[in-house]
Design a binder for this molecule. Structure first.
Ligand code: 13P
Length: 288
């Protein structure tokens, strides 16, 4: 099966009470690990690509070519969406042209009027081509230059305004942040999430910053309308920890242990394990 829009898979998830994982990809091995895990678990999956990661992989066209090639060569039959993560206006358009099946336009740092205007334009452009669109209200905090900013809490009326534009999924800040949560983090604002759900009806809601949120909180968020959960840092942490052990055990000095494919293999296995754990927690196993 080729790439699909995220719209149908998220509407199904919203209706049936589970969430689809968005796992950000960084290279070929990363992509393969996520796809193989999804296929083994018969789970739908969203591959997230930030502008920075796309640039690292040489550009949107390379990403589309790599993912489409893998779907074919690995005989992937579960639904897979290729999604731009936190895109600018120009990047969202460029991804649609390059063959992504889903885009996030993150206008959360604009005024609500400008966010509405730009999101509306992206929706029109995407709709004509059957591409799903994620919009954001209330920016998701995170680490910048070593300082961890608190996640904003979205305004419920603004969420409704953006949801009514016809987006396929809505990311609303509820105190969540990207990267590791600081020790003094007070948790997700599930009370606000409930209000957003009440205001936006059946809109699939997106939870960013999926790394480090306690499992019970994730499960509760899913009961309150979260249908897509983004995970990036956790795969990076488990990948790097596993590769570190390889070097600590001096495996690179044994036989042909210097082969980069062998060096990366423990990291690949670690991503598979993390993705598997998340898919089980999110309830998307056997939902393809
Ligand atoms: P984490 O890096 O905290 O898992 O967040 C990922 C994310 O929200 C990508 O948009």
């Amino acid at each position: 099966m080729g790439l699909v829009s995220a719209k149908e898979m998220l509407e199904k998830a919203r209706k049936e009470g589970y969430a689809v994982g968005q796992f950000n990809i960084n290279n070929l091995e990363w992509t393969k690990a996520v796809l193989v895990a999804a296929q083994e678990l018969k789970s739908p999956v969203i591959l997230g690509v930030s502008e920075g990661a796309a640039k690292y992989m040489t550009g949107f066209d390379t990403v589309v070519g790599m993912v489409e090639g893998m779907l074919k060569n690995l005989n992937i039959t579960v639904p897979v969406a290729l999604h731009l993560d936190h895109g600018s206006f120009d990047a969202a358009k460029a991804c649609i042209e390059a063959g992504f099946s889903s885009v996030m336009f993150d206008g959360s740092h604009y005024s609500i009027e400008e966010n509405i205007q730009k999101t509306t334009e992206i929706i029109a452009y995407a709709n004509e081509r059957g591409i799903s669109v994620e919009a954001e209200v209330g920016s998701i905090g995170g680490e910048e230059d070593g300082v961890v900013g608190a996640g904003e809490v979205a305004d419920v009326n603004e969420c409704k305004m953006i949801a009514d534009l016809g987006v396929s999924m809505l990311a609303a800040g509820i105190g969540n942040i990207h990267g590791k949560y600081p020790a003094n983090w007070t948790g997700l604002r599930l009370d606000v999430l409930k209000n957003i759900q009440d205001a936006t009806g059946n809109m699939p809601l997106v939870l960013h910053g999926g790394t480090g949120i306690p499992n019970e909180m994730v499960t509760e968020a899913i009961t309150l309308g979260v249908s897509k959960i983004n995970v990036n840092t956790e795969c990076q942490l488990t990948f790097t920890a596993a590769v570190r052990v390889y070097f600590e055990e001096k495996k690179d000095l044994e036989g042909k242990g210097y082969d980069p494919r062998k060096v990366i293999k423990p990291g690949y296995d670690a991503i598979m394990a993390t993705v598997t754990e998340k898919m089980e927690l999110f309830g998307s196993v056997n939902k393809a």
